[in-house]
Design a protein around this ligand. Structure first.
Ligand code: FRU
Length: 481
């Protein structure tokens, strides 16, 4: 299907904005997954996404497109790429974008099939499309192809190029695995964005870190080189990784002469139920901003009446503090605050509601303190039938989310726990709710938890509870666009 057909279908079938989250990026109709091409171009912030407009399920991948000045208020633009050519007929898979003198350049994975002895085999190669911020023209030969790879690298799982420029040179990291299923990230370089050279396998699993390392990203924060990727099929590890698709970051250093990457640590980027394929961009004001798919491959659900599936996280400003990435919602959200409600030293002893503390489109921060309790919990998106429970188990130092009563009617994962710790005897939790999502920022972004809920919108109470006595500072705003 061509771009024209896709846009015509979308125009005819797009759903009322009120049926969707308010300020999180969603598609006009249909399915979305990974964020792609997150970039600044000629005064606007552009975001593309893996898109199948024709159903609520994954299908031949297009690139959907939105644009914003402030990353809160987004406008839909026409579909930017469709899988129309022999070389990308199986899909225009994930990639990135960069502002250049030649225009806005998209780098994406073209997926095709070749004939081989066994019948057919998939090939993934990296292609370029050049555009003006609305329309994009594909170049018909790959700029980086599987033929450039060392012998043991898979040509079948070779995707998701992330491009950047450093000291007049362009670089690209691409996700890959070895022929024996070990996840790895490959580095390429170029002087002119058109001719590329394979440099090295810069990072590789020791065999315990999953299969294909999808959607890599690479950037410097303070003096550290951060490598992000999303490994498939991880095994759960204590509170750090969960089974299945995870998104992780390495903290290390790239030797720019030998193109060797060494790292000290690896951490999860998010500890919630729904977070995958994050991508960052550097804004002209110096902020590095991260956005991810607010969904899970293995554990997703679509209510019968819902005509859209998938959304993005709130964009997050990231920084590096005490050896770890800190994530904070972009500050522009504050421009949409209304109806401030504030309490200081509010005492909770039993299950209770607090006047004017409710809602499904809110930004609420709690500072939780006290020494006479073991558990403190919140029922969000609550009414007689529904609740999403967030519980702080003080004695164990964990924070749990339980969405069993959040409108889910399938056997998907509904519970996850993460380690948290108090700072000066206070645990600070910021909750951002946008109808179908709950994002939690712990201690000013030290850890995050991103979660989708399917709860009907009339469930909007918030109930507080404890087995002892808790003291709360509360600050809550509605978000209004
Ligand atoms: C990650 C991913 C990418 C791929 C895309 C296809 O979620 O599998 O590796 O490019 O989705 O839609």
């Amino acid at each position: 299907m061509s771009i024209k057909e896709a846009n015509k279908y979308i125009e005819k079938n797009k759903i009322d904005k009120n049926e969707k989250p308010l300020f999180h990026v969603t598609a006009p109709i249909g399915w979305i997954n990974d964020p792609n091409g997150f970039s600044y171009y000629k005064g606007n912030i552009h975001l593309f996404y893996q898109y199948h407009p024709y159903s609520i399920n994954w299908g031949p991948m297009h690139w959907g497109h939105v644009m914003s000045k402030d990353m809160i208020n987004w406008v839909d633009l026409p579909v930017a790429l469709a899988p129309t050519e022999e070389f990308d007929k199986e899909g225009c898979f994930s990639g990135s974008a960069i502002e250049t003198e030649k225009g806005h350049i998209l780098v994406y994975t073209g997926v095709s099939k070749i004939k081989c002895e066994a019948g057919e085999e998939i090939r993934q190669n990296q292609y370029i499309a050049v555009g003006d911020g609305v329309k994009y023209e594909k170049l018909t030969t790959p700029v980086v192809s599987g033929n450039m790879l060392p012998e043991n690298c898979s040509k079948i799982d070779f995707r998701d190029p992330k491009i950047w420029k450093e000291n007049e040179k362009y670089y690209m990291v691409v996700g890959n695995k070895t022929k024996d299923n070990i996840g790895q990230v490959l580095l390429f370089s170029s002087d002119n964005i058109m001719e590329w050279k394979f440099e090295n396998v810069i990072c590789k699993s020791d065999g315990t870190l999953g299969h294909v390392w999808e959607c890599p990203d690479f950037f410097t924060l303070l003096d550290k080189d951060i490598l992000i990727c999303s490994p498939q099929n991880l095994k759960a590890k204590e509170y750090e990784f969960h089974n299945g698709h995870n998104s992780v970051y390495f903290v290390g250093k790239l030797d720019r002469d030998k193109y060797e990457y060494t790292y000290d640590d690896i951490y999860s980027l998010d500890y919630g139920l729904d977070f995958y394929a994050p991508q960052t961009t550097l804004l002209p004001d110096g902020r590095r901003v991260l956005i991810a798919w607010l969904q899970s491959w293995d554990s997703l659900y679509t209510p019968e009446s819902q005509k859209w599936q998938g959304m993005m996280t709130l964009p997050r400003e990231i920084s590096f503090v005490n050896g770890k990435i800190i994530q904070k919602p972009v500050k522009e959200i504050e421009n949409y605050y209304q109806n401030k409600v504030q309490y200081e030293d509010y005492i909770i002893k039993d299950r209770c509601k607090i006047p004017n503390i409710d809602g499904r489109i809110i930004d609420m921060t709690l500072e939780i303190s006290g020494n006479n309790y073991n558990e403190f919990s919140l029922d969000l998106a609550n009414n007689d039938e529904y609740a999403t429970k967030v519980t702080y188990k003080k004695n164990k130092g964990i924070l749990e989310i339980d969405r069993n009563y959040s409108g889910v009617k399938k056997d998907i994962v509904c519970y996850r726990a993460m380690k948290v710790s108090e700072k000066n005897n206070v645990l600070k939790l910021r909750f951002i709710l946008d109808k179908n999502s709950i994002e939690i920022f712990v201690n000013d972004g030290e850890k995050t938890s991103s979660n989708v809920i399917y709860t009907p919108l009339n469930a909007k109470d918030i109930i507080f509870d404890t087995d002892g006595q808790v003291q709360l500072n509360i600050l809550k705003y509605d978000i209004v666009l």
